[in-house]
Ligand binder design. Structure first.
Ligand SMILES: Cc1cc2nc3c(=O)[nH]c(=O)nc-3n(C[C@H](O)[C@H](O)[C@H](O)COP(=O)(O)OP(=O)(O)OC[C@H]3O[C@@H](n4cnc5c(N)ncnc54)[C@H](O)[C@@H]3O)c2cc1C
Length: 412
């Protein structure tokens, strides 16, 4: 039996777990955060950090450390649809750029920040059991590498343990808005592929790929195909991956001068929401809400969850609101915020051509910098798709396109 009783135990110490632990420790709570991994270590994920995620790092006082790692900033998102491309700025005044930091770097930085805030961090510690008494989660049982099994108790156990969450499997939360895997994606890192501060996203029938600069002068390139090709294509990942670039000949030419510096990694993920709380437990990050990676929202969603959940727990511990009331607020704020992006993400992940109305809208945006910036901000998770695709904004974009096409005639 461990000696301590914690206010909170967090299972999982990456994008969701370490910030949650850090924020609660900063509020003065006694926090234990455990992970079966050690840090720095990589995980199966690409790592576009859109401006809202960068803004969270800034709020937490961690952005300078990220910038100091030499990660190149990304100030432009370019969406190449074949016949035309839209280029816009994804950021805001507060957070003008995105980054694409290796998870080896980002996650280590977050773990260190949790530790500095006063959270006890146990690496290489695997949780093997969630301890339940009188229908309430009261702790965890697990062991460190080579150590004996210990039990640790806490007021609340938080599952920040990813989409296959062990905590969720133990507490059986309600699951909703479920959709199966839609997209299969594989990535690697390339040298000799300069990006000049751009994230490039290419959309072709049944295929898509994205390219972004990361640490060590390397460029991340991820390519995807519909999930119904997953089984057939996994026998020749490299061949199928390289074939995707033939659909964008100018890019294929750039790839001709590049060299692959890492093995391929990839997967397909299901889409779901889980009720993120119950007696003695909570879920943050992918454990509570998972969606396809095509829109690269997972890290910033994990950061938002960390803030919402830490605030709700603080209110509950301080007696300002009951646990159920505070955590229901966390759930409804999360769901309202992410639902429009979840729907857009699931639509994009099919890799089906956009419906005709959307194709017309995309064409109307071409050459309209304000609209292209707006579109970049939607993809960056800055502006809600509900707001951008609202009738009034769409009407404005079509009207501006009409004016542009009428202008030369008037001038003549
Ligand atoms: C192919 C791919 C590409 C992606 N690209 C992007 C992108 O570009 N941008 C973006 O924002 N998001 C991206 N995502 C999503 C992103 O990876 C996740 O949203 C993010 O990692 C969620 O963080 P998390 O902390 O919730 O979970 P995770 O990062 O999965 O961390 C969970 C942690 O829990 C630990 N753990 C699990 N079980 C136990 C246990 N029993 N005991 C102890 N520890 C345990 C694990 O060791 C792990 O460290 C991508 C995902 C995939 C699959």
């Amino acid at each position: 039996m461990g000696q301590d009783h914690y206010d909170v135990i967090v299972v999982g110490a990456r994008c969701a777990g370490s910030p949650t632990a850090m924020l609660l420790a900063r509020k003065g709570y006694k926090v234990l955060v455990v992970d079966r991994a050690t840090f720095p270590s990589d995980t199966l994920s690409t790592h576009i950090l859109h401006p809202p995620g960068v803004e969270a790092m800034q709020r937490w006082g961690l952005l300078d450390r990220l910038v100091a790692t030499g990660c190149p900033p990304i100030g432009t998102y370019t969406f190449d649809f074949g016949p035309f491309a839209l280029s816009g700025a994804p950021g805001t005044e507060a957070a003008p750029v995105a980054y694409c930091p290796r998870r080896t770097v980002l996650d280590k930085l977050l773990v260190d920040a949790a530790s500095e805030a006063g959270a006890e961090v146990r690496e290489a510690f695997t949780v093997q059991e969630i301890v339940v008494e009188d229908d309430r989660v009261v702790g965890i049982r697990g062991r460190g590498k080579g150590g004996a099994t210990v039990t640790e108790r806490a007021g609340v156990v938080i599952g920040a343990d990813g989409r296959n969450s062990f905590v969720a499997r133990a507490v059986h939360p309600q699951q909703y808005n479920e959709k199966p895997q839609l997209l299969s994606g594989y990535y690697s890192y390339w040298s000799g592929l300069p990006m000049d501060g751009r994230l490039e996203i290419y959309t072709r029938p049944d295929r898509g790929f994205a390219v972004a600069p990361t640490h060590d002068d390397l460029t991340l390139v991820i390519a995807g195909w519909p999930f119904d090709e997953h089984e057939a294509n996994k026998h020749d990942i490299e061949g199928n991956y390289l074939k995707v670039f033939d659909l964008a000949p100018e890019f294929a030419e750039r790839m001709g001068g590049a060299k692959r510096e890492a093995r391929f990694a990839g997967t397909a993920v299901p889409n779901f929401f889980r009720r993120p709380y119950g007696p003695g437990w909570a879920l943050v990050g992918d454990a509570g809400y998972n969606k396809d990676f095509i829109t690269a929202q997972g890290i910033l969603d994990a950061f938002r969850d960390a803030e919402l959940c830490a605030t709700a727990l603080d209110q509950s511990f301080a007696g300002a609101r009951s646990f159920d009331e505070a955590m229901a607020g966390y759930q409804s704020t999360r769901d309202e915020h992410v639902l429009p992006m979840f729907e857009l993400t699931c639509q994009l992940a099919t890799l089906e051509p956009p419906p005709p109305e959307l194709q017309q809208l995309l064409a109307a945006m071409h050459g309209n910098q304000e609209a292209m910036d707006g579109f970049a901000r939607v993809n960056a998770g800055v502006t809600s798709p509900a707001e951008f695709f609202a009738e009034e904004n769409v009407g404005r974009i079509f009207a501006a396109a009409q004016e542009r096409s009428a202008a030369p005639a008037r001038a003549g």
